[in-house]
Design a binder for this molecule. Structure first.
Ligand code: SF4
Length: 228
């Protein structure tokens, strides 16, 4: 028998989707959990370390009903909406709300350059803060540091560290906006650019309060492999 949510799923709105797949969450505080990934198509940024350049243009418009149908086929608990930049999609809030209404544990990965204030409060937000060596340092929506967002236990801010300068910049940024005390801070070494041991030791020696994050999926599978 269909649930009320399924019965009401007449959602003609579409979202441009690059890929949907089931894998292990490689990042954030949800690392390790089996997760369905919904990767949206399109991004307005061009980070130097981007590992999803194929998502810049490739994709097709799917109705939210079709997207939900694919998610359901995996019978997951965790669903991650990522990109590309999901916040560029006009109907992203409808998709996120629908997933939450269906009682999935929903996370959103975003570049940080778009306003997250309207994101459904049940969604865990992983918000990037672009460092100087990302090449997109000035692309950050400052209101994503509002008291409401930064004090939300479901918010995590992620810095991809590409150099010593990036590390120092991230530390200064977190101290300036009091993020270590209020929020979860993730430092992720830029893959193949920064040695993870170097970053781990830097966090310890500088007494940083950030949490080290490795992209677990890249250690399990080939780093270039798609759909994992
Ligand atoms: S925001 Fe993400 S998808 Fe966009 S260019 Fe940067 S790393 Fe790639």
């Amino acid at each position: 028998m269909k649930s009320d949510i399924e019965e009401s799923l007449v959602l003609p709105e579409t979202v441009k989707i690059n890929e949907i797949f089931y894998s292990i969450q490689g990042e954030s505080s949800l690392v390790g959990y089996p997760t369905v990934f919904i990767r949206t198509s399109g991004c307005h940024l061009r980070c130097t370390y981007c590992d999803t350049t194929y998502a810049y243009n490739e994709g097709e418009h799917l109705s939210i009903e079709e997207i939900i149908g694919t998610v359901k086929s995996y019978d997951p608990q965790y669903v991650c909406v990522t990109g590309g930049e999901p916040m560029l999609q006009k109907n992203i809030h409808t998709l996120l709300k629908t997933l939450c209404d269906m009682n999935y544990t929903v996370s959103l990965e975003t570049s940080g350059d778009k306003d997250c204030s309207a994101v459904d409060e049940r969604v865990r937000k992983i918000i990037d803060i672009k460092t100087p060596d990302s090449g997109e340092k000035n692309k950050f929506h400052q209101a994503n540091l509002s008291e409401k967002i930064k004090n939300d236990v479901k918010t995590e801010y992620k810095f991809v560290i590409c150099s010593m300068d990036d590390f120092d910049w991230a530390e200064e940024f977190c101290l300036k906006y009091d993020l270590f005390r209020s929020s979860r801070i993730l430092y992720s070494p830029s893959y193949n650019k920064i040695n993870e041991k170097w970053l781990a030791e830097k966090i310890i020696s500088k007494n940083s309060k950030a949490r080290l994050q490795l992209q677990l999926h890249k250690y399990i599978w080939n780093a270039q492999q798609r759909g994992v």
